[in-house]
Design a protein around this ligand. Sequence first.
Ligand SMILES: [Zn+2]
Length: 406
Amino acid sequence: MLVETFLRKQLGLKTHTVTKVEETERYMIVHIDRLGRRLLRCGVCRQRCRKVHSIRKPREWRDLSMRNVPLKLRYRPRRVECPRCGLRVEDVPWADPWARVTTALSNAVARLARELSWQGTARQYGLNWKSVATIVKRAVAYGLAHRARPPVHVIGIDEVSRRKGQVYLTVVYDLERRVLLWVGDERTEEAVRPFFTKEMGKRRCHTLRVICMDMWAAYANLVREHAPQAQILFDRFHIVRHLNDAVEEVRRSEMRRLSQKEKVPFKRSRWLLLKNPWNLSDDQKERLSTLVKWNMPIVRAYYLKEAFQLFWFYRQPKRAADHLEKWMRSAMRSRLEPFKKFVRMLRGHLDGILSWTKTRVSNGAVEGMNNKIKSISHRSFGFRTAENFIAAIYHCCARLPLPAER
Ligand SMILES: [Zn+2]
């Protein structure tokens, strides 16, 4: 088979043909021309057009490589007279209008960019970083416009930091399908509003049943406004994190109070206190027991934390509520300020905490996705703008469709 025929088949050309393949120092140039008088399509509406108005100057598109030689397609696009749109440049089946690479190449780049950094992807395909950024952003725009939007019932709202905790983004997951739904700049109420008004819209908000979020988050009002029928559930993992923060605060203030000599057994005790007791080694258990013998505030903090955790195992709402009530009373008597603060926070959010026994979902279901986002931000120093970071998050976590290769 001639290489021209092979390429024509590979490119799936019907109204065009490969006239010759020319080898230059760096590229294989594939010359393409119109095939006979077959009707060309309008580049806007893809309608067949009878009349060709003019022939434009040659354009080139980067394509996938053949063995190690990159291919370039060269063609002089026609301007056609579309009955609907008027004078337009024709539709070329190998690329999107205005794209400088073929759809086959941009899809291959987009697929690799889900696994590698944009720099790494660029190196792999001999492109520059900017081209990869453009390809990914176009792929995301296409994917967002064409993705399936089945009804959503259970969502988790969380935040991720960019640039070492200086800037925050809000992410929304479908916890049932474990897929990213939306990313927003910032983490304020105003920033999250577009998720309800634009991404979901009034009709789709109606199907929401459970909304899982952090107690400290600013968007509970938004939920009441846009999805009043949905149950707010304060996320288990966030609650435990606040609880651990309280333990840590007690430990630190004790450390400040103790003399140098008294401090010795407490060195590096942070993880001893935060770990679940069944995960401790014998040596660690030993250290923990000396620790609790020595210091009463730390002991109280530790046992309070352990006692609280029983809450997650109750199956009957009444028992869970009783446990929590009892726990809050004992925490208030503990004379530990961080725990009192924690209790005051719980008091203000009881309904959304107790709904755990009924719904039993948490953002832990998408823990893997959160880690993925972290690794995206670590592997790419190039994300100086939120726009690029947001595109990369959508690209890796939202399972967006890529354009079809014609
Ligand atoms: Zn048209």
